[in-house]
Design a protein around this ligand. Structure first.
Ligand SMILES: Nc1ncnc2c1ncn2[C@@H]1O[C@H](COP(=O)(O)OP(=O)(O)O)[C@@H](O)[C@H]1O
Ligand SMILES: [Mg+2]
Length: 370
């Protein structure tokens, strides 16, 4: 999917902007504080109804003008080749934090609908935590693909989490007598969901892993990466049995220690954690490879392209890696938005064939220069 038109008003320092981006690579150039990240944030909100910068979404509403009480983001979406508008999507955020979304004129109450129609992958300085950060970040990475390609997944995952909350509440506050019996229905629900989540994750990762390994070796000429999925419990036994066998431990702890909520990805090279074995630059390229492969899978299975938002590329990758990554982004044939403080990094793009549109931004005002 591609955005052929973006309208933004009242988002941070962007009082009003109208952009007609290229369906390929868009470069956004501006000084620090000019509004580059705010543009990427706006596109991200259009896809997810959430911000990647704050959990308090009301903070995105411009506080400059007293009359502005909401932020509006609107996008026209094409599937790429035809260039004909196929859908419209809009998100409104009030300064009280109320989010309202519309798609093709109808109001949307489930944000998944927005994201399914407009898959977005973000690459910013936080993304590079993927290898070294907590397992939660890697679960989110894995789940992004499942969310887009397996529509049952979200349902199983939210059912699992609801049941987990109930089980944990009982473990923590329930009376000891009869506790096992009280846990039984929740154990059954958890077991059913866990098996489904596990099997979908396993299939997804067995498809993803070899692609990540080959993408990374192509990008960095480093072979032998080993990506594997960890279920989050000792899955020699079913999750139902596992919960029953470990009841006493969980009771003492007061929560359900293991399960799909503890799943992880192991990314190793020559037996060591990849992040310990690779240089900083190579680690970052590995994260880029991970992101590219997720986007590719969505395009292959769903038949439409992921939009890439890459914030402050030059400060994240050195010239050589940038060149490799830019070419990979170009090869996705999807729409890409890259921000940078100045254009000089595009020196790799000698014949300027990589960038298709260049926007300059100054104090929240965007102008197209190419
Ligand atoms: N709610 C807000 N209202 C008005 N301005 C804001 C708000 N939040 C942030 N800003 C300002 O918006 C500007 C743009 O920020 P940002 O998009 O991060 O710039 P860049 O990515 O180009 O460095 C900053 O100067 C910041 O102070
Ligand atoms: Mg920024």
């Amino acid at each position: 999917m591609k955005l052929s038109k973006i309208l933004i008003s009242g988002v941070r320092n962007i009082s009003s902007a109208e952009l007609a981006p290229s369906p390929a690579l868009n470069l956004i150039i501006g000084e620090n504080g000019s509004g580059k990240t705010s543009l990427l944030e706006s596109i991200y909100i259009l896809s997810t109804a959430r911000s990647f910068r704050t959990v308090k979404i009301r903070n995105i509403v411009s506080s400059v003008e007293a009359t502005v009480d909401k932020a509006l983001i609107y996008g026209e979406i094409t599937s790429g080749s035809s260039g004909v508008m196929e859908a419209q999507q809009g998100v409104e955020v009030s300064n009280k934090g109320k989010v309202r979304a519309r798609r093709n004129g109808a109001s949307v109450t489930n944000a998944s609908i927005l994201a399914h129609a407009l898959p977005v992958q973000l690459i910013n300085s936080d993304t590079f935590q993927l290898l070294e950060g907590s397992p939660k970040i890697r679960r989110q990475y894995m789940d992004w693909g499942l969310f887009h390609v397996e529509h049952d997944y979200v349902e199983s995952w939210s059912r699992f989490n609801r049941a987990l909350k109930q089980r944990n509440r009982l473990l923590r506050y329930g009376k000891l007598t009869g506790l096992e019996a009280q846990l039984k229905p929740w154990n059954e629900e958890l077991a059913a969901c866990a098996e489904q989540i596990h099997s979908l994750r396993m299939d997804h990762m067995s498809e993803l892993a070899p692609k990540i390994e080959s993408k990374f070796s192509q990008m960095c000429l480093v072979a032998g990466l080993d990506v594997s999925y960890r279920s989050g419990w000792d899955n020699e036994v079913t999750y139902g049995d596992y919960l029953a066998n470990n009841f006493e431990r969980d009771r003492v702890l007061g929560y359900t220690r293991d399960g799909p909520h503890r799943a992880d990805l192991s990314i190793k090279l020559e037996g060591l954690q990849a992040s310990e074995r690779l240089s900083r630059g190579q680690s970052k390229m590995l994260v880029c490879a991970l992101k590219l492969v997720q986007g590719d899978i969505v395009s292959d299975i769903r038949g439409y392209k992921t939009i890439y938002l890459v914030d402050d590329l030059p400060s994240e990758l050195d010239a050589e890696n940038r060149d490799v990554f830019l070419k990979q982004l170009k090869e996705t044939k999807g729409q890409v938005f890259i921000t940078a403080v100045d254009e000089s990094f595009m020196i790799v793009d000698k014949d300027s064939s990589l960038t298709n549109a260049v926007f300059h931004v100054k104090q929240g005002v965007f102008s197209k220069v190419k």
